[in-house]
Ligand binder design. Structure first.
Ligand SMILES: Nc1ncnc2c1ncn2[C@@H]1O[C@H](COP(=O)(O)OP(=O)(O)OP(=O)(O)O)[C@@H](O)[C@H]1O
Ligand SMILES: [Mg+2]
Length: 252
């Protein structure tokens, strides 16, 4: 049995625009398991990003509960939740990229606590992350001096600096060319193999195949899930076929 890291109960999220209520997430019950590489798919506007924001405490729920390791984060005060986000969760969100006036090194350092005792340890960790992401020679560069792939890798370093319990990623390969995308996905696969839980939203079939569990969202509800682990023994192209069929059946 896998441990549950995040659990939602009757999660609802609505937005009001032009005086109209838009119910985006509807009574959603979901469990995310420790060590899983969970992939969230669904058509544009189905609520994937909204769900990710709610799961990670980046945005308030309208009603319902979100538990992180059994603790209800919907009842947390802003200070507590921001501390939780900073210390326990990592984010790689397309669009929310790096802080423009900080260089790569400073960006990665930004979510850490800089007490003297921790400083040396953190510096060592940044060095090893930079090396791993092949960014060592870019450490002093500012975001506008780097390619999309380099920026995305720097954002991953920043997301990983505090050893988060869960890494959340929203379309992490969306803005990258295919080799840059593969590179980012290889990093996710590696950290997941090391035990890190990953929750990723993607439109990309190849990216989704990195996961072991696919959740399909339709109009703010779960419209099925696919356990890819049971297909471990079949070939990669057959796995792709299984996933494609699962998605097609849901109108993807
Ligand atoms: N801050 C907001 N204010 C008002 N409406 C919002 C807000 N954020 C999202 N929505 C609405 O919620 C719905 C779901 O949006 P969301 O971004 O979650 O979709 P998505 O599944 O991530 O789509 P995509 O695949 O295009 O990224 C959309 O109708 C969107 O207009
Ligand atoms: Mg989205």
């Amino acid at each position: 049995m896998k441990n549950v890291v995040i659990k939602t109960e009757l999660l609802c999220k609505s937005f009001i625009s032009d005086g109209e209520v838009n119910n985006v997430i509807k009574n959603l019950d979901l469990e995310i398991y420790e060590g899983d590489f969970t992939v969230i798919m669904g058509s544009s506007g189905s609520g994937k990003s909204t769900l990710l924001y709610n799961l990670s405490g980046m945005d308030d729920v309208t009603t319902g509960k979100v538990y992180f390791e059994g603790i209800d984060i919907t009842r947390m005060k802003e200070k507590e939740i921001s501390r939780l986000r900073k210390e326990r969760l990592g984010f790689v969100f397309q669009g929310i990229n790096l802080i423009p006036n900080l260089n790569v090194y400073e960006n990665i350092l930004s979510p850490t606590y800089k007490t003297k005792a921790q400083r040396r340890e953190i510096e060592g960790k940044i060095d090893s992350l930079l090396e791993r992401m092949e960014l060592t020679s870019h450490r002093k560069k500012f975001p506008n001096q780097m390619s999309g792939g380099q920026k995305q890798r720097a954002a991953i370093c920043r997301a990983l600096i505090n050893n988060p319990k869960i890494l959340f990623a929203d379309e992490p390969t969306g803005a990258l060319n295919s080799s840059q995308g593969e590179n980012v996905l290889d990093i996710f696969t590696t950290i997941n193999n090391e035990g890190q839980s990953v929750v990723m939203v993607t439109h990309d079939l190849k990216a989704a195949l990195r996961g072991n569990r696919i959740i399909y969202l339709k109009d703010g509800r779960i419209d099925g899930e696919l356990n890819l682990e049971q297909y471990d023994k079949i070939t990669a192209s057959d796995r792709e076929e299984v996933l494609y069929k699962f998605l097609k059946e849901r109108g993807w």
